[in-house]
Ligand binder design. Structure first.
Ligand SMILES: Cc1cc2nc3c(=O)[nH]c(=O)nc-3n(C[C@H](O)[C@H](O)[C@H](O)COP(=O)(O)OP(=O)(O)OC[C@H]3O[C@@H](n4cnc5c(N)ncnc54)[C@H](O)[C@@H]3O)c2cc1C
Length: 439
């Protein structure tokens, strides 16, 4: 038997980029060669207790494209092989360790229960290996925020934002390291699974979609190029962000941010560049303001742990919730009494995307009007959204369901919302067109 080659591994999960990736930077400072691993975890394509798969076809397709692009970039820019598996990480790593000797595994730190458990199990199988975890999904790095413990994060967003904005300097992006020698590339036959192999249906993009984009770091860069530099839409963002139709009413960066194919830091520094070179105004600031919301929900989940998934939410509120299968089916199918809700539900079913305005309304209607278990609504969006992010989804759902961080516990007047944001009924026409009598 010949000696196993020693490698350090980068285990990619929600940090699917080569630029501004601290795990890559750290791994490449080590003496040993690096290889990379990504697992399409079969549990993500199974139904949960709420009856939906965690990942439906829209996000799965986006993920496939993202991983393809990551594999190409790692190879071309860094001479790092990305081995891709459709298997449980707890099975993949022990098998790989029969072939290679692993010294360290570098990965983005995740803290939600399922991710933490999988990681614990991998560690159990590889007790000798050192795990180097880095918080790499934030704008305000956890070591820089002006709170001694996550327990001190305020429950009101504005308090968090003002204090953090005052105290924190956004870190510069991580450097792209020099490529390792080509001989460190490993021979492998691993392949990216197809939608069918993940148990999902192939589909054509709906021509009405507000999200006609592909996954991957390069596609994210193209989006920035378009939204910031080619069309300068960024300078109007605050006025257009409540739009409903077309790709350009908002940045549409959420899906790349969610799987980490772009970093929030990179977007921040691009906004700063735009402010220097084109214009600095309320709109350019507002994109950063929204990125801080994204951070905020991550800090709320760090503070409250599993409470974000519980019926009483972070408030431990004991409200009257129901679980009615017919009401659920009508909501999903866009067959409720509210045309504006229906249009939004049809949009997400056909495209995997829904505007922020739409999400607030369908959430409020589901939880506060129909009084249905808010977690079922959250689980449906988890399944369907191309940009699903555990903290943003469950945090926003709690917020709009009266068990989270909304200090005013507001309920949306759906008809007024429709009048205000779709005064000419173009959105209703687009999604309920054939059913004019319904609106
Ligand atoms: C019920 C509900 C569920 C949601 N689920 C998700 C989710 O799973 N994943 C997700 O990324 N966002 C979620 N959001 C937040 C928001 O709707 C989306 O981030 C936004 O619509 C994405 O479009 P955009 O990238 O064009 O956003 P833009 O308006 O261009 O905003 C820029 C970025 O700021 C962040 N952001 C904006 N609004 C919010 C917000 N309310 N909370 C947290 N971050 C925000 C996003 O990263 C977004 O990409 C949810 C909102 C609601 C009300």
């Amino acid at each position: 038997m010949h000696e196993k080659q020693t490698y350090n591994v980068i285990w990619f999960r929600n940090d699917l980029r080569v630029f501004d990736n601290y795990s890559i930077e750290k791994a490449r400072k080590e003496n040993h060669p690096t290889l990379a691993v990504y697992c399409f975890d079969p549990r993500h394509f199974e139904k949960t207790k709420f009856g939906f798969k965690k990942i439906e076809k829209y996000r799965a397709q986006f993920l496939i494209e993202t991983v393809q692009n990551l594999q190409k970039n790692l190879k071309e820019k860094l001479n790092i092989s990305l081995l891709i598996f459709h298997d449980y990480p707890e099975s993949v790593f022990p098998k790989l360790s029969e072939k290679y000797h692993f010294q360290k595994i570098f990965l983005q730190k995740e803290w939600t229960q399922e991710e933490a458990e999988v990681q614990k199990n991998v560690h159990y199988h590889l007790p000798e290996v050192e795990f180097i975890e880095t918080y790499d999904q934030f704008l305000f790095h956890p070591e820089d925020i002006p709170y001694e413990s996550f327990q001190n994060i305020p429950e009101v967003y504005t308090q968090f934002r003002k204090k953090a904005e005052y105290h924190v300097n956004i870190r510069p992006p991580a450097n792209l390291p020099q490529p390792q020698p080509k001989e460190y590339l490993v021979e492998h036959t691993t392949q990216i699974p197809k939608l069918k192999e993940l148990g999902l249906d192939e589909f054509e993009k709906d021509s009405r979609t507000a999200f006609p984009f592909h996954g991957g770091e390069e596609a994210a860069d193209l989006r920035i190029q378009h939204y910031f530099w080619d069309t300068c839409q960024l300078q109007h963002y605050k006025k257009t962000r409540n739009g409903l139709l077309g790709p350009d009413y908002s940045s549409k960066l959420s899906a790349w941010l969610a799987n980490g194919s772009i970093s929030a830091r990179k977007i921040y520094w691009e906004v700063k560049k735009f402010e220097k070179q084109v214009v600095k105004n309320n709109s350019t600031y507002w994109l950063i303001f929204e990125l801080i919301w994204r951070d905020y929900f991550k800090y709320i989940s760090l503070k409250h742990g599993n409470k974000i998934f519980q019926l009483g939410g972070i408030l431990n509120k004991n409200l009257d919730w129901n679980q009615d299968k017919e009401i659920l089916q009508n909501w999903i199918n866009g067959e409720t009494d509210e045309p504006f809700v229906n249009a939004n539900m049809k949009e997400i079913a056909a495209t995997g995307f829904m505007s922020n305005r739409g999400r607030q309304n369908v959430n409020s209607f589901w939880a506060k009007e129909l009084k249905q278990d808010w977690r079922i609504g959250a689980a449906y969006l988890e399944s369907m959204l191309v940009d699903y992010d555990v903290h943003s989804n469950w945090g926003n759902w709690m917020y709009n369901s009266g068990v989270g961080n909304d200090p005013r516990d507001r309920k949306f007047n759906i008809q007024l919302q429709a009048k205000r944001y779709d005064p000419e009924k173009k959105y209703l026409q687009t999604w309920l067109g054939g059913q004019k009598e319904l609106f």
